[in-house]
Design a protein around this ligand. Structure first.
Ligand code: HEC
Length: 195
C-alpha cells in the first residue's frame, strides 16, 4: 500500500526537487548575467597614455590654447556676428563653422572642462621629459580650477550674455595662470617646468 501511495508522492517530491533545482540553476544563470558589479565612476581607472600620445605642452597647444581663445574672443566680440565661412563644414575657425555662434562658445567651454581629465592621465611627460606631476595635491587643485572655470564658461555661453563671458574669461585666466605660475614659468623668466 505504501508503495502504491508513496510512488506518486515520491514522484511529486522528485519533480519538485527538480523544479527547485531548475529554479536555482535558472536564477543563478540569470544572476550571473547581472553579477558584475556596477562600475563606480569615481573609481574608474584612467587609462595610461598610449604609445602615440602628446606631451603636456602638445595637449595645451592642441586643446587648451584654441578653446580658451574662443572664450577670450567673445569678451569683445559678439559670436553671432562672426561671418560664417564660405564652407562652414570645413571651417578651421570654429566660430565660423557649422557649429558656430554661441554653440561654439558652449562647445569650447566643454572642451576645456572635459580636457581637464587629460591633465591627470598617468604616464604623460612634460616637454622636458619630466612626468606630469599628477601626484602633487596642488596640481590636482589647479586641474579642478580649470574644470570649474570650464563650467562657469559653459553656463555663461548658455546665457548668451557677454558680461557673463567677461566674468568667465577672468575665472579661466586665473585657472590657467595659477598653474602656469607654479608649474610652467618661474619668476625671472627661468622656466622650471613640471617640478
Ligand atoms: C594644471 C596645470 C595647468 C593648467 C590648469 C593649464 N596649464 Fe597650460 N601648461 C602647464 C604646464 C606645466 C605647461 C608646460 C608643459 C610642457 O612643457 O610640457 C603648460 C603649457 C602650456 C602651453 C604651451 C606653451 C609652451 O610654452 O609650451 C600653452 C599654450 C598653455 N599651457 C595654455 C594653457 C591655457 C590656455 C590654459 C587654461 C585654459 C592652461 N594652459 C591651463 C600647466 C597648466
Amino acid at each position: 500500500m505504501s508503495g502504491f501511495f508513496c510512488y506518486p508522492h515520491r514522484r511529486k517530491e522528485t519533480q519538485m526537487r527538480f523544479r527547485n533545482l531548475a529554479i536555482i540553476v535558472l536564477a543563478s544563470v540569470l544572476s550571473s548575467c547581472n553579477s558584475a558589479p556596477a562600475p563606480d565612476p569615481a573609481k574608474a581607472p584612467v587609462a595610461p597614455v598610449s604609445e602615440a600620445h602628446g606631451n603636456l605642452a602638445q595637449v595645451m597647444r592642441a586643446i587648451m590654447f584654441p578653446n580658451s581663445n574662443v572664450i577670450f574672443f567673445v569678451q569683445s566680440n559678439d559670436p553671432t556676428k562672426v561671418k560664417p565661412s564660405s564652407d562652414p563644414a570645413s571651417a578651421t575657425d570654429i566660430l565660423a563653422s557649422t557649429y558656430g555662434g554661441w554653440d561654439a562658445v558652449e562647445n569650447s567651454s566643454l572642451a576645456l572642462m572635459e580636457a581637464a581629465n587629460l591633465l591627470m592621465v598617468p604616464g604623460r611627460k612634460c616637454s622636458n621629459g619630466k612626468d606630469v606631476p599628477i601626484q602633487n595635491a596642488d596640481w590636482g587643485k589647479f586641474v579642478q580650477q580649470l574644470r570649474d572655470a570650464g563650467m562657469v564658461a559653459y553656463k555663461a555661453a548658455q546665457s548668451k550674455n557677454q558680461d557673463n563671458i567677461l566674468a568667465a574669461a577672468d575665472t579661466l585666466t586665473t585657472a590657467c595662470g595659477g598653474c602656469h605660475e607654479n608649474y610652467r614659468d618661474k619668476p625671472g623668466g627661468n622656466p622650471n617646468r613640471c617640478m
